[in-house]
Design a protein around this ligand. Sequence first.
Ligand code: PGA
Length: 262
Amino acid sequence: MVVLTKMKLHIVPPSCFARAAGDYIVSILLEIADSFSLTIGTATGGTMEGIYTCLVERALRDSILQESLQKASYFGMDEYVGLCAEDHQSYAFFMRRHLLSPIGIPIENLRLPSEETAIPVPDVFDDYSVYDQMIASLGGLDIQFAGIGENGHLAFNEPGSAITSWTRRVQLAQSTIDANARFFSDPSEVPREAYTMGLQTVLKAKRVILFASGKKKARAIQRMIEGLSGPDCPASFLLSHPDVTVFLDWDAAANLRNVFNP
Ligand code: PGA
């Protein structure tokens, strides 16, 4: 493990990335789980798929872990506009398929930003939404899982997003639409808009673990970790968070000058 600024960095071979990341999540969950139920912010996407598979395998072999995952509350980072929960491309479906159903987590334990919950609550902060209020009413997120976009987005906070943003409806960047086209049989079906947790929502989590694998993420990871924090790379706002772990494979870490040329 390498400590850069306040971020903790784990770099593992690509062949064991998902397993090592899943084991790392388990070690953190077992450390922080107690008699109270956890509130977990969840990420979706290709990177998380294998990680959730490993987490499910561990949970099915460990009844204490399974029980604590079954009673946790889950808040998804984002959801496409216009896709219902039964749509196989929705993040609601992704979460049910890859995490909730295999472990036996009740479906009601997962919430996602939506037309109903991404609306602002008047008189709090600009943009502060019903979704942010729901998270706050449970005492905030104990742990937030995150990925990173090739363009440095965090959830669907695309470049240009303000550090002060809360959960809201956003336009997706063209590079995100292009990257996500691989999940759709017809690229023209990729939604152009989404609901996303805001950067403030993520930054308020007590602990964040960001996962990235593959060469396509190397530039964004280098920008996030070795650049200055700024809206051109929303994930770089995590530099100001007191408890962030970045979990990478060698390919995603390949451009980190301070790690490979210390
Ligand atoms: P990916 O998405 O895991 O499918 O690359 C991550 C993200 O865009 O945040």
